[in-house]
Design a protein around this ligand. Sequence first.
Ligand SMILES: Cc1cc2nc3c(=O)[nH]c(=O)nc-3n(C[C@H](O)[C@H](O)[C@H](O)COP(=O)(O)OP(=O)(O)OC[C@H]3O[C@@H](n4cnc5c(N)ncnc54)[C@H](O)[C@@H]3O)c2cc1C
Length: 414
Amino acid sequence: METLDVLVVGAGPAGSTAAYRLAAAGHRVVVVEEHPTVGQPVQCAGLVSQRVLDLAGSTAFVRTRVRGASVYGPSLGVISFKAEEPRACVIDRAGLDVYLADRAAHAGAEYRTRVRFDRLLERGPTGARVELTDPDGTRHELTARLVIGADGVSSAVARAFRLRRPVEILPAFEAEFPRSPGDPDSVEVYLGRRIAPGLFGWWIPDGAGGARVGVAADADGTTARAYYSALVAQLERRFGATLGSPTGYLVSGIPIGSVPHTAGERVLLVGDAAAQVKPLSGGGIFTGMRCAEIAAGVAHAALERNDLSAASLAEYDRAWRAELGEELRRALYLRRLFTRLSDADLDAVVEALRNAGSHATIVAFGDIDFPTHVVRELLTTSPSLVRLVPKALGAWVSSGAYRVPDLDPGPRRK
Ligand SMILES: Cc1cc2nc3c(=O)[nH]c(=O)nc-3n(C[C@H](O)[C@H](O)[C@H](O)COP(=O)(O)OP(=O)(O)OC[C@H]3O[C@@H](n4cnc5c(N)ncnc54)[C@H](O)[C@@H]3O)c2cc1C
């Protein structure tokens, strides 16, 4: 039977980052991807920070850079800001995935597409014996000393290794429009219960005169597609022009909230499989890639000392939470308050931000990877915003939602 050091399941940004690091460190790494082509289908709006480019070590997949954002309340009151310099990049998401896979393959990782991880057969002293389905539909087994589950929001690896899944998954729907009115230098965010209860709708310029338009919203019985249609209608009213026909759609889910364990005997989870996603935006490329780097470091050390026990690999869980856990925990808390705000409250938030002249604060502290920093600054400078907090807190507590046990704080920073 085939035996290898590391089986990475999933050729997204998290899987290919881990594969690259481990192959470069000299381990025999195989990446299996159930789709025929790496990067397809695209399931992402592709808005990332400079940190993602730094982690990838390339800008080849950048379509355009944006300096500003406009946040629209439910009644279309708006707070807009623009920095002097670019604050985020719009990328060709498929291009990023292909670039990262090529980098890992050049380092020695072997990619096998149209191969699906199905199940764990046993965890023994030499490795985890797993069953895969090959492109022709036949099943085959292999043994890996370590399995890295980078297989996204519905992670089969997490299920097979009995690691708990995130409690909340936000349905998302997005379309690409080849031509769109709007400021090509700015993204737009739409709040409100009729557009996107639980998160927001977005309009993102694609760098070629078009835009990506989408929503992620609570699974409340109304489909994400219906919310998306409401957003398109609102955009067309605002632009006074039709957006035309989209060239493609994507439907997916965004995991929200932490999972209690991202490591176990002979297994690590990275990226969406580990719910390493920013709860205030649903973005997971930076967090997934960074955690995959951390996972690769811990995995390398564990492979070298041939200790792939749960206790040995738990170092990964501690390490990524030490670096990112506090931000994700605070963001999850803020999100819970945010989801309790009514449309009138959201209008009041936008109004308060306009009146407080928060432009300078947002420009100074805005960071799409660490959004709680700017929220903290805004709360200290805008008394009218602070007044909304007890109301949201009260609504949250009386709803009982605070009892949902999906928040694992992990080790706290001093
Ligand atoms: C609509 C939408 C818009 C988004 N916009 C942004 C954004 O603008 N910025 C941002 O940072 N994040 C965004 N995200 C989130 C981002 O797309 C994810 O966080 C990111 O893709 C996670 O990367 P990953 O490598 O963990 O998983 P994925 O990219 O999901 O990759 C997992 C891979 O595993 C494969 N796979 C799954 N199961 C198996 C199996 N059993 N066997 C073999 N292969 C398998 C899948 O085919 C897939 O290729 C968005 C998400 C959605 C849904």
